[in-house]
Write a protein that binds this ligand. Structure first.
Ligand code: GRF
Length: 216
């Protein structure tokens, strides 16, 4: 086990969660480092953030792979392996990962979603849908990605966010984001210190760590 867990972040958007993870990685004793950022977009905020912080940034638009997402994801697995990545973190990655990626990183892909799963999973409009449904509590979820599912898999951490009467999507999203920036680094640290024990559909959080090789 290396001293610091090697993490790749997959992102498609502004990259505020990536920034939060990178800030956490700079804290003394944080047990992980981001060694690679990959996007399905040719350009996006997350790639800019990575480059500004001297982290390898790779754009893998599907158009560069004959519009074949499986071929694109094959290139992704090659890049992840070449960088000796141990943990993959989807931080606003808006594509479904192929079976090859999931098989290459069993119980080693975290995803963050802006709702309390299983509510409002499976799409890009979780915040809007929560408002439209009139729920009083929403939030965010970090989970391990399960094969063949979108926004599903054993839940690692959740945080609740109260919905205010005067919320619109922007104001609610802002408060959910604040919780995501806290939750995602925490989940990475738990994984990196071998404290997540996936058992069936549940994840136990161990008080004391195990070897990372033991995850899953
Ligand atoms: C986050 O709300 C995340 O939960 C969702 O996409 C958003 C990404 O935001 N999957 P950012 O790009 O990290 O700012």
């Amino acid at each position: 086990m290396s001293a610091s867990c090697r993490v790749a972040v997959l992102a498609s958007g502004a990259g505020s969660n990536l920034s939060a993870v990178l800030d956490a990685c700079e804290l003394p004793d944080f047990p992980a480092e981001v060694v690679l950022v990959i996007s399905n977009r040719r350009r996006c905020g997350a790639l800019d953030i990575a480059r500004a912080r001297d982290i390898d940034a790779l754009a893998l638009p599907v158009a560069d792979h004959g519009d074949d997402a499986v071929a694109r994801d094959h290139a992704m697995v090659r890049a992840l392996r070449a960088a000796h990545v141990e943990l993959v973190v989807c931080a606003g990655y808006d594509r479904v990962l192929s079976d090859e990626v999931l098989a290459a990183f069993p119980n080693a892909i975290l995803n963050i979603h802006p709702s309390l799963l299983p509510a409002f999973g499976g799409g890009m409009r979780a915040v809007e849908d929560a408002l439209a449904t009139g729920v009083k509590i929403s939030g965010c979820t970090v989970h391990l990605l399960a094969a063949g599912a979108v926004d599903a898999g054993p839940i690692v951490l959740q945080a609740a966010v109260e919905v205010h009467d005067d919320d619109d999507a922007d104001s609610l999203r802002r408060r959910i984001h604040e919780q995501e920036w806290r939750l995602l680094p925490e989940a990475i640290a738990l994984w990196a210190t071998g404290r997540l024990l996936p058992t069936g559909s549940r994840v136990r959080i161990l008080r004391r760590g195990r070897l990372r090789e033991g995850v899953g």
